[in-house]
Write a protein that binds this ligand. Structure first.
Ligand code: PMP
Ligand code: GLU
Length: 397
């Protein structure tokens, strides 16, 4: 009886683990506020649910083409043109069971043992493990809180070697909420122009949760690197469809074909009636999406102002997603009841146990001096959660 070396090398997802710890504690009767899992608290808009029900009744209950229903791939191409001014054909789109699977497809289809993948840090938890699964080596390039956690061009260039195959980042970013502006991206593109053999994986799943004037810019819209950009996106965040498990990539045709072959052996096409509803979602009125984004922006402002009142808490002002990534180094090394809090994991455990608020340790995202707060929760819960966090932190001496 054995567990594979591959699995033994893999870390458990810290976001999912923390969310489960919060559920377990709530199951014991405690009033737990979970700001751990990155998931909109809103329900899927009714018109999208209705489209799925209709699709079921219309017989969308069978296998679909591995890369996705043609009507969904057409809707994605239209969306990419409408929102991002990108030209893709349907044979360049692969629909998957969530953007997570799109990333896994890319890693397993394109990387070999010993290849290097540059990941912008702080990074989303799963990037590191998904890349390691292919045998490739994740190489981290850090952006600090003083730069809004964004990676600058010089640091990126310094990390590129002859083994670099990909650069991977998210904007808006999980876990920091940072948004790469057109100028930020232009600087990165300038570096990438010098390395034409390196692919760029742009995770744009928080595209619609962007509070910047002018909105989202995709790195794939820069002509000089367009032919080696892979845009990863999905329905989980912008349409509040996390449980539907629908994501996609838009890629050079050879990449799409490779990923479709991989997916054909793993899971086949994503669920049929969900795809039909997703196609509808892209073409229908986006009012609900924008309403959710406005609500997130208001909550961001609320949580930032409350966190700033806590002595020692250092917080920046990110422009997207629904995360804050405050620096909590002031509290590390402090003690309570004879117990010292040594790192971000211990701090989050302490906050969960004493304040019954679940947040995620920054170490899971590559930065131990921070914690991630997902503010995708009601204003009432957010106020109460920060009040409790503050009370817990003020006990640390
Ligand atoms: N990328 C980022 C940056 C994310 O935060 C998430 C959230 N789960 C995903 C990809 C995966 O999204 P999903 O699989 O739900 O489409
Ligand atoms: N992306 C979300 C998060 O970071 C969902 C959980 C997950 O898929 O890891 O919390």
């Amino acid at each position: 009886m054995q567990i594979s070396d591959r699995l033994n090398r893999m870390e458990e997802s810290a976001t999912i683990k923390m969310a489960q710890m919060a559920r377990d504690l709530a199951g014991k009767g405690h009033n737990v506020i979970s700001l751990s899992l990155g998931e909109p608290d809103f329900d899927t808009p009714q018109h999208i649910k209705d489209a799925a029900k209709k699709a079921l009744d219309d017989g969308y209950t069978k296998y679909t083409p591995v890369s996705g229903l043609i009507e969904l791939r057409e809707a994605i191409c239209k969306k990419l043109k409408r929102d991002n001014n990108l030209d893709y054909k349907t044979n360049q789109i692969v629909v998957s069971n969530g953007a997570k699977q799109s990333l896994a497809n890319l890693s397993l289809s394109l990387l070999n043992e010993g290849d290097e993948v540059i990941i912008f840090a702080p990074y989303w938890v799963s990037y590191k493990e998904i890349i390691k699964l292919s045998g490739a080596k994740p190489v981290f390039v850090h952006g600090g809180i003083e730069d809004d956690f964004k990676v600058n061009a010089a640091k990126l260039e310094a990390a590129i070697t002859s083994k670099t195959r990909m650069v991977l980042f998210s904007s808006p970013c999980n876990p920091t909420g940072s948004v790469y502006t057109k100028d930020d991206l232009a600087a990165i593109v300038k570096v990438m122009e010098k390395y034409p053999e390196v692919l760029i994986i742009s995770d744009e799943i928080y595209e619609y949760i962007n509070f910047l004037e002018g909105g989202h810019v995709s790195i794939a819209s820069f002509e000089s690197v367009q032919d080696r950009c892979i845009v990863v996106n999905g329905f989980s965040k912008g349409f509040s469809m996390t449980g539907w498990r629908l994501g996609y990539m838009a890629a050079p045709q050879w990449v799409a074909a490779a990923c479709s072959k991989m997916q054909g052996q793993f899971t086949s096409g994503a669920n049929a009636f969900g795809q039909k509803a997703a196609a509808y979602a892209l073409e229908a009125d986006m009012g609900e999406t924008y309403k959710m984004a406005t609500a997130f922006e208001e909550r961001r402002d609320l949580v930032i102002s409350l966190l700033k009142e806590i002595e020692g808490m250092k917080v920046n002002h990110p422009e997207g997603a629904f995360y804050l990534f405050p620096d909590v180094s002031y509290f590390l090394g402090k003690s309570v009841d004879g117990k010292t809090i040594n790192n971000s994991v211990e701090l989050c455990e302490y906050i969960l146990e004493t304040a019954h608020v679940a947040i995620v340790a920054g170490s899971a995202f590559g930065v131990d001096s921070c914690v991630r707060i997902a503010y995708s929760n009601s204003t009432e819960n957010l106020k109460e959660a920060v009040r409790r966090i503050r009370a817990a932190l003020e006990k640390l001496k």
